[in-house]
Structures are given as C-alpha cells and as structure tokens.
Ligand binder design. Sequence first.
Ligand code: MTE
Length: 319
Amino acid sequence: MLIRKPADIRPSEITSESNYLNRRDFMRAGAIAGGTLLTPISMSAMIPVSQGAALGNVGNSAFSTGEAPNSFEDISTYNNFYEFGLDKDDPAANAKNFKTRPWTIEVEGHANKTGVYDLDDFLRPFDLEERIYRMRCVEAWSMVIPWVGISLAEVIKYFEPTSKAKYVAFETLNDPQQMPGVRRRVLDWPYREGLTIAEATNPLPILAVGIYGKVIPNQNGAPIRLVVPWKYGFKGIKSIVKIRFTSTRPKTSWNMSAPREYGFYANVNPEVNHPRWSQARERRIGAGIFARKQKTLMFNGYGEQVAHLYENLNLRRNF
Ligand code: MTE
C-alpha cells in the first residue's frame, strides 16, 4: 500500500497560498489584539471537516520513531472505542455517520482561562505536527501510528492552570443517539481519563486530529483525542468534549470498572503483569500471524523522556 506522507503533499494541494497567507495575517492580527481571536475566517480551511481530507501545514517532530508505521487499514479497522461496540471492527462500522461538527470543548476548573470553545477556536492558537509514535495497548498488542496533532503541553500552558491544578481530567461525548455502545452499561459513561499536571505538560502527549496527514477517522476518536505514547492505549481518550483542571485525582473509566486490573498511571511496564496476562511481550498488529511477539519496553521505549516523572514512585504499587 502506497501512502503519501504529509511531507510529500504539496501545500498547493491542500490550501491555496493566499489562504495560507490569510491565516498568517489573521493570526498576527489576533496576537496584536491581545490574543482575542474574533472571526474564524481562514483557519477553517486548515482543519477540514470531512473524513479523509488532507490537513495543511503539518510540521515534523523530533519525537517521531523511525519504526515503520502500520498501514492506514490496520490503524482504522482494528480499534477499541466501546461507545461504538465491543469488537475490534465495530467502531469502523458503527461510527461511520458520527457527527463531529459542530463540536465544542469545555475547559473548566482551576485555570485562568476557561469556557466553552468551538473546536476551530480551540485549535487555532496551536501548530499541527506529525508525531509517529509506538502505541501499546494493555491487551498486549501494539502499532506504530503517524498521528497529526497539537502539543498537549502547549494547550495546558495556554489555559493557564492555577497552582491548585494538580491533575487534568478528560471526558468523551456521551450521546446514546449516536453511540450505540453507551446504551449498555459496559462502562460508567462518559468515558473518563486523566493525567497528572506533570504528565500533561511533558512534551510527548498530543491531542490528535489526524492520521497519515488526513483528518482522523471517526473510529480513532474524531474530531480530537488524547495520545500518550508511554502509557497503555486506554489512557488515550477519544472524541473529547471536556477538559477539567482538578486539585484531586480524577476518576478514570477503566480504573472505576476494574481497579485491581487497571491503575491510574497505566505506564507501559513489562515487569508488572496484568492480573490475567503477561505484559512482557506484545504482538505487532500487521506483522502476520507467524511473526514472533516482540519484547515490550519499559515506558514503551520513551523512558528517556518520562522516567524522571516517576523517580519516587513504586511502579508496582502505582500501576
Ligand atoms: N476512548 C473512548 N472514549 N472509548 C474507548 O473505548 N478505548 C481506549 C482508547 N480510548 C476507548 C478510548 C483503548 S482501550 C485503546 S487501546 C485506544 O483508545 C485505541 O485507540 P485506536 O482505536 O485509535 O487504536
């Protein structure tokens, strides 16, 4: 399968040069006006609505792995998104008509800037980057995914959390009309996740809006989802509608559902097994049924960037 990466796509294929210049002028004007952006004119071209549309002005990241990414097919057909069903192929089938516009994100809690933001307004201050990350699911399989997103650390800084903000909590949309899975109480909806403020301001996590340079498929968490590459995949909450700065540790869905199996931290750790299976090895999706399982790496191989966050923590107890 031949897939063009963003670097191969000429900007003219995505947006006209004048549109691009408009955006720059617009952003400069916004900066002059003290950061208060008033009209969403040109930027809407940058985050297209339709599934599969190309994303413009995507920078590269030094954090990208050199490992070969999984195919778009693997990434968009083997999913966990319980709001759309429990089987791996359910989300692709059941999220086809999921409406991702209009979309708002509510920012609340201990921060100087809070409010309800239309998605385009929420994204506007930030730059898009491609981050090719190794992803490790708690179910002992892994993939390499070329995400496109914005730095979570930049987002956190932008909203100016106060000294009371020790954690960041996230919530997924909870819409029984559109999400057949939430009509059953397999989890206590809405899906919830959280990070410590130190984790959330580490340079690695992103809020992803794309994959392979294109608008993120609904089944992968459109229009915006969290990606934390050193943690098990369930921390990567999809289709986010709420971000809350809290002083106490927020409740998280899998921890609420089975606290002895899924901890708050959920750092990838080959030495701490899930009570029902080993975490020492993993199956790389797409490698073929005869491929050997590969060794799982501590912090999924991102220890250099994140090990310092847990220096004084017993990782066996705080799994
Ligand atoms: N977010 C929501 N809202 N609902 C979910 O069921 N599943 C999680 C996570 N985010 C889930 C979710 C799990 S278990 C995994 S492994 C990843 O999404 C899978 O992301 P992917 O389908 O894009 O690979």
